[in-house]
Design a protein around this ligand. Structure first.
Ligand SMILES: [Zn+2]
Length: 221
C-alpha cells in the first residue's frame, strides 16, 4: 500500500551534518576529457559497495533503461564546503521505461520515500541514477525535467551509466545558476576505499587523478 506523500525527494530529510570530508580515504576519478583545473563545488564520494551495486543493477538489463535512488548523507566540511556520500542504491519500482527512456511515476517517488523511512531512517536521497544502454552519458530533456522537478535540493545529483560502453558520470546543479544543470559533460567523483582494497571503478571514460594538484588548485592547501 502506497501512502500519499509530497514527492519532492529531499523534504523532511535528516539534518545536514558538519564533519571533515574523507579525502584521505578516497581515490579521485575525473573524466578523461576534463581539463585538470575543473572545479566541483559539490564533492561526491561513493562507497565501493554502492559502486558495485549500482553497476550490477545497470548491467542487469541492457535492452531497457533502469534506475533508482542514490541513498547516503549530505554534509559540510568544517569550513563550509558541501559534499555528499553515496552509500547505497535503491532500485526504483513502478517506473515507465523502454530502450531509450525512463520516467519515474508518482508511485515511484512515494514508494522510495516509504522505503527510505523503513530501511535507511537516518539517510537521505542524495540523487538518482539511470542507464543509457549504448547511448553514452548525458542528460536528456526528460532527464533534466525529472531532476529539476523531483530532485530540487542543490546537493542532489544525477548519475548516468552506459552499461554497454561501460561509461558513467555525474551531473550536478551549477553553483552560480540555481536550478540549472549541466547536460553534456559529466563530472567525476571520489571512490571511498575500503581499507586495504584496490579500486573497483571500471568506467572507461574516467581516469584516476592525483589529489595533490586538485587540492592545491581548489583549496589552496
Ligand atoms: Zn536519460
Amino acid at each position: 500500500m502506497i501512502k500519499n506523500r509530497v514527492v519532492v525527494l529531499g523534504d523532511a530529510a535528516p539534518a545536514i551534518e558538519i564533519k571533515p570530508a574523507p579525502y584521505d580515504q578516497a581515490q579521485l576519478w575525473l573524466p578523461k576529457r576534463t581539463h585538470s583545473s575543473t572545479y566541483e563545488w559539490l564533492e561526491i564520494f561513493m562507497t565501493q559497495d554502492a559502486y558495485r551495486q549500482i553497476n550490477t543493477h545497470a548491467q542487469s538489463t541492457l535492452d531497457m533503461e533502469v534506475g533508482g535512488m542514490l541513498v547516503g548523507q549530505t554534509c559540510y566540511t568544517p569550513i563550509g564546503l558541501p559534499y555528499i556520500i553515496i552509500e547505497a542504491p535503491m532500485a526504483a519500482r513502478y517506473v515507465k521505461h523502454g530502450p531509450t527512456h525512463l520516467t519515474f511515476t508518482s508511485d515511484t517517488l512515494s514508494d522510495a520515500l516509504n522505503r527510505i523511512d523503513d530501511q535507511y531512517p537516518d539517510k537521505q536521497i542524495v540523487g538518482w541514477y539511470h542507464t543509457h544502454p549504448g547511448l553514452s552519458v548525458f542528460m536528456s530533456p526528460v532527464d533534466v525535467w525529472l531532476h529539476t522537478n523531483f530532485f530540487k535540493e542543490p546537493w542532489q545529483v544525477a548519475l548516468v551509466i552506459d552499461p554497454i560502453y561501460r561509461q558513467g558520470g555525474f551531473f550536478r546543479y551549477t553553483e552560480d545558476r540555481p536550478g540549472h544543470i549541466e547536460t553534456q559533460t559529466p563530472g567525476g567523483f571520489r571512490e571511498l576505499m575500503e581499507p586495504g582494497s584496490d579500486s573497483v571503478v571500471r568506467w572507461k571514460n574516467m581516469a584516476a587523478a592525483t589529489e595533490g594538484w586538485y587540492h592545491q588548485k581548489v583549496y589552496g592547501i
